[in-house]
Design a protein around this ligand. Structure first.
Ligand SMILES: [Zn+2]
Length: 184
């Protein structure tokens, strides 16, 4: 999550450099919001299930890049081109982040395919040099049940290496933000 926030800040800086959006508090807030927005389905999942145990299942509602990105970008393009660009880039960054490391992939080709795709993973979900792995919904559920870490959320938050790297990216983004002339 800190990585998503950091990427939202970095992308707000980037889009401001195109001249489409001034580097305001609203633009930075929008970048952060857009970068986190797909995980709204995780909150809905937690509210419904009360547990993060099989949280990969939350990714069925909003984690469909073709649908989510095109719908949001087209909607925002009617209001503000800079916001639309910021939304598209933030969402792409989020889905790429979700396609490596933890988790069980993203349905990149939905609605044309229900398969989940993950980069640099073996079929058991562990880090690997293999560029791409994919699961059908049934295969993903079976792999997650067998190889999934039921404590992934608490392990991740317990200052895991991934979490520390994400905090580093967030810190770098904040430094760049103020170096770019942003003032609250
Ligand atoms: Zn996500």
């Amino acid at each position: 999550m800190p990585l998503d926030v950091g990427m939202g800040i970095l992308l707000a800086i980037f889009v401001s450099r195109t001249g489409l959006l001034p580097l305001s508090a609203a633009a930075v807030a929008a970048g952060i919001l857009f970068s986190l927005l797909p995980d709204l389905d995780f909150l809905l999942h937690l509210a419904r299930q009360g547990t993060g145990r099989f949280s990969h299942e939350h990714r069925d509602l909003l984690h469909n890049p073709l649908v989510f990105i095109s719908a949001g970008t087209i909607f925002l393009a009617f209001m503000n081109g800079g916001l639309a660009l910021l939304f598209a880039l933030s969402a792409i960054a989020h889905f790429l982040h979700d396609s490596v490391g933890m988790g069980w992939g993203v349905r990149w080709a939905y609605p044309f395919s229900k398969k989940y795709y993950k980069f640099f993973s073996d079929p058991n979900g562990h880090a690997s040099r293999r560029f791409l792995v994919s699961w059908t919904p049934d295969a993903q559920r079976a792999a997650a049940a067998e190889f999934g870490d039921p404590h992934w959320l608490s392990d991740y938050l317990k200052l895991s290496r991934e979490f520390l790297i994400e905090l580093g990216v967030l810190a770098a983004a904040l430094i760049l933000l103020f170096a770019a002339g942003f003032r609250i």
